[in-house]
Ligand binder design. Structure first.
Ligand SMILES: CC(C)(COP(=O)(O)OP(=O)(O)OC[C@H]1O[C@@H](n2cnc3c(N)ncnc32)[C@H](O)[C@@H]1OP(=O)(O)O)[C@@H](O)C(=O)NCCC(=O)NCCS
Length: 271
């Protein structure tokens, strides 16, 4: 069962996003400058970014086993790893000793938007707190946009707060579909998407203060809807009965119980 409507990949309301100075220029040069900035940041942290080959698969498997547990770990099979490494644009970060400390697997598909699909984002526990996951996803988005992809997509678990903050708040994804019980997963999953059509690509990163002001100054049910994060079935109901989409994840404090999905109506031209 799918609780969703097909919809164009939406941009977020600018009123909720950080004002960021993006390198100017046309699509190509702007994107390349930002890729270089990210790579300099990795280098400053003593990390090397590289694309893995087939021989790296055992080390990737071993690294993923440190960051995922069953059954999520078994969902990425040897066939998948071969496919992502051989045909996709996967990224690894290695430390000075050549140990894998972060991964992002990717494959690009031939759908209408040439979707760049991400899986197995992981960052070593000892490097947490640096937003390295968001940097890897953004690097991949910039490169995908340069290849002509129109959207970056992934599937997330509604209880994985670190990945929700990383993709939805820091990288500009919105929830385009909610599956109450996604086949094969046996549990609720969120399909997320980020448009890659900007020229230059603008990060639609949520500004927490603006988000608070928006919620405090708006009208519930009209300007926004707040759905408790621990009640994904209410998210399904929202997607079944309204055109609202989740554009932000409000997690006031780490490990806090009171985390919320923030959904907004479509922009006027779509409604
Ligand atoms: C998801 C993951 C890659 C993020 O790694 P990272 O970039 O090092 O994450 P950070 O520690 O920098 O945290 C990123 C953001 O999430 C927030 N965050 C992290 N854990 C959180 C939690 N439990 N609740 C709420 N927010 C959380 C952080 O505060 C940070 O936001 P901020 O910089 O605005 O404060 C990492 O947690 C991971 O490897 N998880 C295990 C594998 C996994 O579940 N991958 C996702 C599959 S889609």
């Amino acid at each position: 069962m799918i609780a969703s409507r097909p919809a164009a990949v939406r941009h977020k309301p600018r009123a909720l996003c950080e004002e960021r100075a993006e390198p100017g220029g046309a699509r190509g040069p702007g994107q390349r400058v930002r890729i270089e900035q990210l790579e300099r940041r990795f280098a400053r942290l003593g990390l090397r970014l590289r694309a893995p080959g087939i021989d790296d698969v055992p080390a990737i498997e071993a690294f993923l086993a440190t960051r995922f547990s069953s059954p999520a770990l078994e969902m990425v099979t040897a066939y998948d790893l071969y496919r992502f490494v051989r045909f996709g644009h996967p990224l690894l970060l290695e430390d000075g000793a050549g140990r894998i400390v972060a991964s992002l697997l990717e494959c690009t598909y031939g759908d209408a938007e040439s979707t760049s699909y991400c899986v197995s984002l992981a960052v070593a526990e000892e490097l947490a707190g640096r937003r390295l996951g968001a940097d890897l996803v953004t690097h991949s988005a910039l490169a995908a946009s340069l290849r002509g992809c129109g959207a970056q997509r992934a599937v997330l678990a509604p209880h994985n707060h670190a990945s929700l903050v990383t993709f939805i708040n820091l990288c500009g994804h919105s929830v385009e579909a909610v599956y109450p019980r996604l086949a094969g997963f046996g549990a609720a999953r969120l399909a997320i998407a980020r448009p890659l059509d900007g020229d230059p690509l603008v990060d639609e990163r949520i500004d927490r203060e603006r988000l608070r002001g928006f919620v405090e100054g708006g009208e519930a049910g009209v300007d926004y809807a707040l759905i408790p994060a621990h009640e994904p079935q209410r998210l399904c109901q929202l997607y079944e009965s309204t055109p609202f989409q989740v554009v932000a994840f409000l997690a006031p404090e780490r490990h806090a119980e009171d985390a919320w999905f923030v959904a907004v109506p479509p922009p006027p031209e779509e409604s």
